[in-house]
Every structure is written in C-alpha cells, then in structure tokens.
Design a protein around this ligand. Structure first.
Ligand SMILES: [Zn+2]
Length: 295
C-alpha cells in the first residue's frame, strides 16, 4: 500500500509566490510528479511520508490563496493488500455516462423506501438506459445516477463461476424495453450500518426520517475502508454482492424545477471471488478497497 497527497493549487495573482515555494522545496516537474498547466494551475503528487509536505502546507496557507489550495489523499493498494480480504469495496474509476433513475424510465417500488425522501426504494424493473450511452471498449462503467454496470461477457463469467445470478440484473434499452448486453450490479442484501471509523462524512441536513441518505466521501477523499463489527458466521452467510447500509448523495422524489429526480445509492461491496474474477478478466477502470471486519 502506498499513500500519496494529491495537491491542487491555482491562483493567477499569486502564481509567482507558488512557484517560489515549490522551487525552495526542490519540487519541480523534473524531480517529482508535478504538472503545471497554463502557468497558474499546479498539480502535485507526493508520498504522504515526504518530509516537505508540512512545510509546503504551512507556506501555502500563508499565501492566503483565492481559490484556496486543496488536497486529497490517494491510497494505492497492491494485490498483497487485497488478496486476503474477504470483501472489498468496488469502485469504477471512469467518467460517469448515461442518464438513469426514476426520471429516465426505471421503475421503483416507493412503498419500500423512506416515505419522506424515497431512499432505499427497491428497483422494481431492469435498469433502463439509452443504448448510445454504453461504452464501446470499456467493460465496466458507472452511470450519472451512480449504478455500476459490467459487460455481458464478464457477467456471464461471474454467473457461471458463482453458480448464481444473484446480485446481477440485465439492463434494458430505455426506448425499446429490450435487453442490452450489459448487466447492473444490484445487490439484494444490505450490510448493517458500518462503524464510524470508516471515515465517511455525513450531511447534517440529511433526511431526518431515515438518516440513511446524505453520506459522503472522507473529508480528504481518502478511500473509505468500510469497517464492520461482524462475526465469522455472519460473514459466511453474506452473498457475493452486498450493498452498504449507507446511501451516498441526496434523494429527490418530489419534483423541483431544475432538479432531476433520483436516489441516493448505496456503495457496493464484493467478495474476494468476484474481485479475483475481475482480475482474471483484466477489467480496467476498477479499483478495490479493503473492507475491514472487527470483533
Ligand atoms: Zn429519508
């Protein structure tokens, strides 16, 4: 596992000051992962253990930049970090594509969701999407609404290997309502709430009725390592695809001008077997993050 800070600095008025700070610390495109775009946008990636980071942060704060500088924490997991994980958090690292959700033809059973915001409503039809928004080359994708899709070949491999269709559902053409050669990862089973040590942020204005929507990424964007207090017997009973109890983003089931109806969605956790199938098929654009079990 390697941890990095990815630092974003932009200021047209203070670009000379920024350049000087970087130079004084010996940070240049030749000596480290620094990209300068347009002379005033600086993108810098340094290992979190680099001793210059603290000095850099202090010096940048003193510049009082507008817009302020920002950073995110990146964690690159090696296979050795993941091989022994019973479950991993599945991410699709690709630009989202395709409009889906309640405004675009997919049906939901609202009686199963929160009466106030709709969060948790069960998807009662195949996911409907326009054929043109499916990728030509990529084999995994995520939609603007947040669903994760995999191509027919990978889905077929999984169904054979896992001897089950559980957690996978074929998607449909939005206009013709005919099957498309893509499958949605749609777990039927949800985890219990994760431990607070997982590190997600929570919107203080989240739905007061269900308190299940409005979860967000960690403050510094460090990948969320979902952590559960779950015994071995309970873990063994879990299927290969499970969703988190926490739903990310905001749900909107009442029309408001300028807003698209949609649901906060849970994140997806997959078993070690599923991760290995993705590795074997050499699927690009997927990232796996360890799920931790305690107690
Ligand atoms: Zn709610």
């Amino acid at each position: 596992m390697k941890e990095y800070k990815f630092i974003m600095i932009a200021s047209t008025t203070r670009k000379d000051g920024i350049a000087r700070i970087l130079r004084d610390l010996g940070l240049s495109p030749r000596t480290c992962d620094l990209e300068v775009i347009g002379g005033s946008n600086f993108f810098l990636r340094l290992p979190s253990a680099d001793s210059r980071l603290q000095r850099l942060f202090v010096a940048l704060d003193e510049l009082d930049l507008d817009p302020p500088w920002d950073y995110r924490t990146e964690v690159h997991y090696d296979r050795s970090d993941l091989e022994s994980c019973e479950y991993v958090h599945l991410h699709v690292n690709r630009a989202a594509r395709g409009d889906t959700g309640p405004s675009f033809g997919t049906d939901y059973d609202l009686s199963t969701g929160c009466p106030e915001c709709g969060t948790g409503a069960r998807q009662s039809s195949p996911l409907r999407i326009s054929r043109g928004s499916l990728p030509k080359k990529a084999r995994a994708m995520r939609t603007h609404h947040g669903e994760v899709l995999i191509d027919h070949e990978l889905a077929t491999d999984m169904m054979i290997e896992l001897r089950s269709e559980r957690g996978l559902r074929q998607v449909e053409d939005r206009r013709l309502l005919t099957p498309l050669p893509w499958w949605q990862v749609l777990p039927e089973v949800s985890m219990p709430p994760a431990e607070a040590s997982t590190g997600f942020t929570v919107d203080p204005d989240r739905c007061p009725k269900c308190r299940r929507a409005g979860f967000g990424p960690a403050r510094d964007w460090r990948p969320l390592e979902f952590t559960y207090r779950l015994g071995a017997a309970e873990r063994r009973a879990l299927p290969d695809f499970v969703s988190t109890w926490e739903h990310f983003g905001e749900s909107r089931i009442r029309y408001r001008p300028g807003y698209v109806l949609g649901f906060a969605l849970p994140d997806i956790l997959v078993s070690n077997r599923v991760m290995r199938l993705c590795w074997k098929a050499k699927i690009k654009g997927l990232q796996f993050v360890p799920v931790r079990f305690i107690g």
